[in-house]
Ligand binder design. Structure first.
Ligand code: 26Q
Length: 820
């Protein structure tokens, strides 16, 4: 039973007026849009606070177990609309706004975009919090309060330009500082030890300390009792600088040098996605998050459960989102051994049973491996503990694999002068899970096969999910109310009820209404992108969409080359026709990822080339969306008809954009990779377009090296012609060789590696025929809409509520807090 905390329309109006007056000394008429937004947000915040209190009290009264979800990224998207929705108060606010002469849209627009994440991994964390709160489970998300989130992307002359993301300029209306939970995080220093009274004491001296100050963001569940929180830690200089160093005459060391790095810790989110960069500041960010979170978690534990640490696994779960917070393991050991004076074995038992690890990638370049030297210098005690963890692990490995040094080296925590964080996470946690069924299988049979052999019980796969609140109810209100009319409102709490839509896939009147809503959503998107970017899109063309981070393995290039081939056909054959299509791209490239930036440039050059061709531009348009982010996705998903999921099979651990498209009715064209495999199983061959090399074959190709892109280049004339255009000047006469690098990477093995490592050429033919089938099928409008309806009907399993229930049943075992 949700608590009674709804505000009436009149209370809302009254609150907005009085906040404007008291906070800013203005009447509504003089207030700026930002002030109005702030007054509204503050009103909603008041409304959240009684549930917030309930969570705190209930958790204490019931001595409930709590989850800490540690993630270096939380890509939450804007909060106001989501909070109104989850409080079930949208209608009252809309009515109040109408009487005040405001619009919901206008107020929502004033909220800055919180971009504290790169992409999939960070967005997943945000969907998980929504589901945790909705299911009334006690949980805290924990991350860094980056002053600058992911850069904003501008496209200038077809190329990406990065602009700093100053999202905190006007403050954050949702955050609640919790100064009394501020803690000190210690870096560097010397490890000291002593034996006294039969006990071993270890401590650090001369450390460089940084204060971690928490700011909490309320996470409102949908129609639920619980408000969870996302704790964001901000780095601050301790009020007194390092006195010892100061008195030893190291003035610079004491103030500027160390302090300047300290000041940077929560400054900016690293913009690399799926790549490890080996920077010391990144390691410091990770440990800063971990140490602050653990210190707080244990303080809270003691307050509720007392000083007996043995109960920890029953009262706390730490879920680590990829290896980025991996130092949870040695940090927990450090606290239990050095500060709580537990025997090593007992500390190890507690740690193993409290921590669980999710892996999000098999890409070698994304696996974190820290130089041992950097670890020793930055975190000397943590490094020592890693050595001991490693020693004990290797002993066991040696018993199991005597003499197999290569294998042991491969499984060790410390080897070849590097710290292998993934190995530590597997060996010293209670569970390692992949994020889709296929990804889980790959972890077992290849990436972590050796570990799977000796600890099979730890490995699992829990397929990712997305919250239907943000991705269907908030993003697509028109479809949501059509669903209510057809199958009742039960799907809003239990997404599996969407299956009840299946019979409507053959209902002519329903098909008509569904199609109309898709069209209106396309119009809405076209208006929106016109306002924001000046692009002109025709909603009567097919909207074919690929939006995600730019990465070679995601193969935006496959899509673009296919468009180039279509373009050439139109140019060659005056009678060539096709159903007009708008190809929509949105993607940010990591600033240092040259190849990815070239691909963005290429797409934009191609876009301009097509636009300049009188006949081609009637049939094809490429729209490159600037600064793709959560808010853009919310507008775009409901307007999409084709979802492009083209990753080289085995490379995309899951994908979650694929799920957002499906839930809004877009039909997938994709490889059998990540969660696409599950989408294809659910909807069947008639309702998606699968192409390309299967993951096992891809693995076999990588193992044997038996693939020659050049053969395909030589035999496929159409493709060859398109590829030649990358360097023959037909696209960029002013600089003919502009994209020669792209060309060479696809056809030649310049750096000793395999040419075309992501198999773009190999999969081209198969992609082309899937596209041909799709294009033909689209012409039968009713048959196409039926596919869209079936996609929506089958998307319920991708609700993150299902994902969270699986995590909870198999790993966390949290009890829901319910209002009695
Ligand atoms: C690591 C070290 C230093 C700097 C950056 C990083 C870093 C940052 C972000 C490494 C990886 C990431 C992001 C990874 C990511 O988003 N992975 C995606 O996770 C999704 C959720 O599970 C999956 O659906 C996607 O398949 C996967 O690519």
């Amino acid at each position: 039973m949700p608590l009674m905390n709804e505000y009436t329309k009149d209370q809302i109006k009254e609150s907005i007026h009085s906040k404007l007056l008291r906070h800013y000394g203005v009447e509504l008429e003089q207030a700026t849009p930002k002030q109005i937004y702030a007054a509204v947000a503050s009103t909603v915040r008041d409304q959240i606070m009684d549930k917030w209190l309930f969570e705190k009290q209930a958790r204490r009264d019931e001595k409930a177990k709590r989850l800490y979800y540690l993630s270096i990224e939380f890509l939450t998207g804007r909060w106001l609309h989501n909070n109104l929705l989850n409080l079930c108060s949208t209608k009252e606010y809309e009515e109040a706004f109408a009487e005040l002469g405001l619009t919901l849209r206008g107020v929502l627009h004033e909220e800055p975009e919180p971009a504290l994440g790169n992409g999939g991994l960070g967005r997943l964390a945000a969907c998980f919090l929504d589901s945790l709160a909705t299911l009334n489970l006690p949980a805290m998300g924990s991350t860094i309060r980056y002053e600058y989130g992911l850069f904003r992307q501008r496209i200038v002359d077809g190329q990406q330009v990065e602009v700093p993301d100053e999202w905190l300029t006007y403050g954050n209306a949702w955050e609640i500082p919790a100064y009394r939970d501020a803690v000190k995080v210690r870096f560097g220093g010397r490890v000291c030890e002593n034996w006294m009274g039969g006990k071993h004491y270890v401590w650090l001296e001369d450390t460089d300390d940084i204060m971690a100050v928490p700011y909490d963001l309320p996470i409102v569940g949908y129609d639920s009792d619980v408000v969870d929180r996302l704790r964001t830690w901000s780095a601050m200089l301790p009020d007194k600088f390092n006195l010892q160093k100061f008195s030893a005459g190291d003035y610079n060391g004491a103030s500027e040098e160390n302090d300047s790095i300290a000041a940077q810790i929560s400054k900016v989110l690293y913009p690399e996605d799926n790549t490890y960069n080996g920077k010391k500041l990144r390691l410091m960010q990770e440990y800063f998050l971990v140490s602050a979170t653990l210190q707080y978690a244990l303080k809270d534990y003691k307050r509720i459960h007392g000083n007996d640490m043995s109960l920890l696994p029953e009262k706390i779960a730490f879920q680590i989102n990829d290896t980025h917070p991996a130092t949870v393991i040695p940090e927990l050991m450090r606290i239990l051994v050095d500060e709580e004076h537990l025997p090593w074995e007992e500390a190890e038992r507690i740690t193993r049973n409290t921590v669980a690890y999710t892996n999000h990638t098999i890409m070698a370049e994304a696996l974190e491996k820290w130089p041992e030297k950097m670890m020793r210098e930055t975190l000397p005690r943590i490094y020592q503990i890693m050595q001991e963890l490693n020693r004990r692990l290797c002993q066991k490995l040696f018993d199991r694999f005597p003499g197999e040094w290569d294998r042991i080296g491969h499984m060790a925590i410390l080897a070849y002068d590097q710290v292998h964080t993934a190995n530590m996470c597997i060996a010293y946690s209670k569970a390692t899970n992949g994020v889709s069924q296929l990804h889980g299988d790959i972890l077992k049979r290849s990436t972590f096969a050796d570990y799977y052999k000796i600890m099979p019980e730890k490995f699992d796969a829990i397929t990712n999910g997305i919250t239907p609140r943000r991705w269907l109810m908030l993003a697509n209100p028109a479809l949501s109310s059509l669903l209510d009319d057809a199958i009742g409102t039960g799907w809003r709490k239990d997404a599996m009820e969407l299956e009840r839509l299946l019979p409507f896939a053959d209902d002519a009147a329903f098909i008509e209404r569904f199609a109309q809503i898709k069209h209106e959503n396309k119009e809405r998107f076209a208006r929106w992108i016109n306002r924001h970017q000046g692009l002109v899109l025709d909603p009567d063309t097919m909207f074919d969409v690929q939006v995600k981070r730019l990465h070679e393995y995601k193969r935006q290039l496959l899509n673009a080359l296919h468009i180039l081939v279509l373009f050439n056909r139109i140019c060659d054959d005056p009678n060539y026709t096709m159903a007009p299509r708008t190809f929509i791209f949105g993607a940010k490239a990591a600033p240092g990822y040259r190849r990815a930036k070239e691909i963005i440039h290429f797409i934009n050059v191609l876009s301009a080339k097509i636009a300049a061709h009188p006949r081609a531009s009637q049939m094809i348009k490429i729209a490159f969306l600037e600064n793709y982010n959560v808010s853009t996705a919310e507008m775009l998903m409901p307007a999409s008809e084709v979802s492009e999921q083209l990753s080289t099979a085995s490379k995309e651990a899951s994908g979650t954009g694929n799920m957002k498209f499906m839930m809004n009715g877009a039909v997938t064209i994709g490889t059998l990779d990540g969660a696409n495999v599950e989408i294809a199983d659910l909807v069947g061959d008639d309702n998606c377009y699968i192409f390309g090399t299967r993951s096992k074959e891809v693995e076999a190709i990588y193992a044997s090296g038996a693939y020659r892109a050049l053969d395909i280049y030589e035999t496929n004339a159409e493709l060859r012609r398109a590829l030649n255009m990358l360097f023959d000047g037909s696209l960029t006469p002013e600089n003919p060789k502009m994209f020669e690098g792209l060309f060479r990477a696809l056809v030649f093995s310049d750096n000793g590696g395999m040419a075309d490592p992501y198999l773009v050429l190999k999969d081209f033919g198969s992609y082309q025929s899937a596209q041909r089938r799709l294009g033909n099928d689209y012409l039968d409008r009713n048959a196409w809409v039926k596919k869209e309806i079936i996609n929506v009907a089958k998307s319920g399993v991708f609700s993150s509520d299902r994902t969270i229930k699986e995590y909870n049943d198999r790993i966390w075992h949290l009890q829901a807090l319910v209002q009695k």
